[in-house]
Design a protein around this ligand. Structure first.
Ligand SMILES: [Zn+2]
Length: 158
C-alpha cells in the first residue's frame, strides 16, 4: 500500500499556533528548601511517592496570585479530613492547567472566573498546625494535557 494513503490527524487538544501562558510566581518567593516535612522541589520523595509539584514559600495570610491567565475550573479540597484547606485550579492556554494549593479563595473567585496572570486569587493558608515544623507555602502543580511538569521550568524565581 502506498504510504500516502495514511491520513495524519492533528491532535485537537494541542492546537497549533496557540502561545504558551506567561507564567508569574504565585507568592513572589523562592521554592522552599528542606525542613522537618521534606523538601519543596518537584520530584522530592514523599514516602513511597514523589512530590509532583513545587512549593513556593509564603507567609500565612499573604496574597497569592494566579500563576497564569485562564479560567478557574475548580475550587477544591486537598484534604478530605480538613475542609478548611482549599485549592484553586486554573485552565490556561495551550493545554496547561495549574493548581495552587493551600489558598483561601478571594471573594469573587469562583468556578468560571476569568483571571489574569498576577491577579490576586486568595491568601496563603497556615500549614504549621497540620505539619509540625513545615515552612508555609503554596503547593503548585502544573499539568499539560494531563502530564505533570516541573513548575520551576516555567515559573520565574523572584
Ligand atoms: Zn508541595
Amino acid at each position: 500500500m502506498h504510504p500516502s494513503s495514511e491520513v495524519y490527524h492533528e491532535d485537537a487538544s494541542d492546537p497549533v499556533g496557540e502561545a504558551d501562558p506567561e507564567w508569574v510566581n504565585p507568592t513572589d518567593r523562592a521554592i522552599r528548601g528542606c525542613d522537618d516535612q521534606g523538601c519543596g522541589h518537584f520530584g522530592a520523595p514523599r514516602g513511597i511517592r514523589t512530590h509532583r509539584g513545587a512549593d513556593y514559600t509564603a507567609d500565612s495570610g499573604q496574597n497569592v496570585v494566579a500563576a497564569a491567565r485562564g479560567t478557574v475550573t475548580r475550587i477544591g479540597y486537598p484534604y478530605a479530613d480538613d475542609l478548611s484547606y482549599r485549592y484553586v485550579e486554573i485552565q490556561g492556554a495551550n493545554g496547561y492547567t495549574v493548581r495552587e494549593l493551600y489558598v483561601s479563595p478571594a471573594e469573587g473567585i469562583a468556578v468560571g472566573s476569568q483571571v489574569s496572570a498576577g491577579q490576586a486569587i486568595g491568601t496563603a493558608q497556615n500549614l504549621t498546625t497540620r505539619y509540625t515544623g513545615i515552612t508555609n507555602h503554596v503547593h503548585v502543580e502544573i499539568r499539560r494535557n494531563g502530564n505533570y511538569i516541573n513548575p520551576a521550568m516555567l515559573i520565574p524565581n523572584p
